[in-house]
Design a protein around this ligand. Structure first.
Ligand SMILES: [Zn+2]
Ligand SMILES: [Zn+2]
Length: 183
């Protein structure tokens, strides 16, 4: 099932004041390691700023379930991604401009180039979804991960006893010599 299906917007169907789109994305096929807690809410306002140039202001919200990179326990992550970008139709070969106007004063907008005056909003959301996921997935900044010896989750209140077994460090030996009364 293709959850981020196809949702095409044709440039010549956009009214002068633009058009709003709101829809739900019910399942996630963009990243197999991510599960949705509930359908994602996608919103876009699309307007033509030139004949072949579309501006898209969008919002993607929802809660997904990620697996912690350290302890592997799943945890909820709130997605709240706003974006604004322009989509232009790739110029025909005969009208390609040279890179002469470097100081054209482009705003801080991402631009995507299209082969035809038609934009797939769902593909756009799929990309924004992937961009919105954290690089490092941690259940908590304080997550101490799994015990490298036995695999026990060290965040649990009952830790494994591997630490005791491996404390034959000079300090442990010293503690024994002083009868545990080092203080
Ligand atoms: Zn964790
Ligand atoms: Zn252990």
């Amino acid at each position: 099932m293709c959850a981020f299906g196809i949702m095409l917007v044709y440039f010549d169907e956009i009214p002068p004041l633009g058009r709003d789109f709101s829809w739900k994305i019910a399942a996630c096929d963009a990243d197999a390691s991510v599960a949705l807690e509930a359908p994602l809410a996608a919103n876009c306002h699309v307007r033509l700023i030139e004949k072949d140039k579309l501006e898209v202001a969008g919002l993607l919200q929802g809660v997904v379930t990620l697996d912690c990179d350290r302890c592997l326990v799943s945890f909820p992550f709130e997605l709240n991604s706003t974006f604004r970008l322009t989509a232009t139709v790739r110029a025909a070969a005969s009208t390609v401009l040279q890179e002469e106007d470097q100081d054209i004063g482009l705003e801080d907008l991402d631009t995507i180039e299209l082969d035809a005056p038609c934009l797939d909003l769902n593909e756009l959301m799929r990309q924004q979804f992937l961009l919105a996921l954290p690089q490092k997935r941690l259940c908590s900044g304080a997550c101490v991960g799994l015990c490298p010896h036995c695999g026990t989750n060290r965040n649990n209140s009952t830790p494994c006893d591997c630490a005791q077994k491996t404390v034959d460090s000079p300090f442990a030996v010293l503690a024994r010599l002083t009868g545990g009364k080092a203080k």
